[in-house]
Design a protein around this ligand. Structure first.
Ligand code: SF4
Length: 249
């Protein structure tokens, strides 16, 4: 059991020790995924949050049990192979938080540049919870890579909702937004994404207000909950409210 709320920075340090080894990171799958109209996807393990609705919950709790270590070159090679075979224009890493500290940051930048330098027609979508981009602004300069887009999955519309959804101490709520703000200011292609089923229209409006108050001018991408049975069980046990989205089963 993980006591909540936890310090996500300490959790990141512990997780990075488990999922990084000599510049290699743990991955458990490489695949062609249907999202964004088709995207070459590498699934890694390990995160500093523990979101109630995480579709990779078990691999997030015990990343040491899953996957094996790959070098950045092996990961970019796998992604390139899938993208070329399927004629995709996009690549990503998912199932994890790619940035947990210095070692994982070095790894992900090598993966991204390894893909984009070999195949100029491709775009890389970096999916992140954004925590370390707010905590360590120097990381942002390393993401100034042509054809890189950064999607920041925002986990709450205020401090209490962030704590409730992620299990992390609420004082870390603003860091992903600060990282997003700085990326936009520095000209990176970056935007926020939220889960409609936990935010609802009211949460989205509150986040929009918060973004405007912080000087962040961006559209918000809306995603829907993957209603796997274990996801629904976790949500019930964590007492997170799931809203009915009009027009969606
Ligand atoms: S931030 Fe993403 S990977 Fe991490 S626990 Fe939340 S949903 Fe899962």
């Amino acid at each position: 059991m993980i006591d909540m709320p936890f310090n996500p920075v300490e959790r990141a340090e512990e997780t990075e020790r488990l999922v990084m080894q000599g510049g290699q990171r743990k991955y458990y799958r490489f695949r062609a995924a249907p999202y964004y109209g088709g995207i070459a996807t590498a699934d890694a393990v390990g995160c500093c949050f523990l979101c109630a609705f995480c579709w990779n919950y078990f691999k997030i709790i015990t990343p040491q049990k899953y996957g094996k270590f790959y070098t950045p070159r092996e990961v970019s090679g796998r992604l390139l192979g899938i993208a070329r075979k399927r004629r995709f224009r996009l690549c990503r890493i998912t199932g994890c938080e790619p940035i947990l500290g210095e070692s994982s940051m070095v790894h992900i930048v090598k993966v991204i540049t390894g893909v984009l330098e070999k195949e100029r027609a491709l775009r890389f979508v970096l999916e992140t919870n954004g925590l370390f981009l707010g905590l360590q602004p120097d990381f942002i300069s390393r993401l100034k890579v042509p054809k890189l887009s950064v999607r920041v999955a925002v986990k709450g519309w205020d401090e209490p909702s962030f704590r409730h959804i992620t299990g992390a101490d609420e004082k870390y709520f603003e860091y992903p937004l600060l990282g997003l703000k700085r990326m936009i200011e520095e000209g990176l292609d970056a935007w926020p994404a939220v889960m409609w089923d936990t935010f609802g229209e009211s949460g989205i409006q509150k986040l929009k207000t918060r973004l405007v108050d912080m000087g962040i001018d961006s559209d918000i991408e809306i995603e829907g909950l993957e209603k796997y049975p274990y996801v629904l069980e976790n949500i019930v046990s964590r007492k997170v409210e799931i809203l009915d989205r009009p027009g969606r089963p």
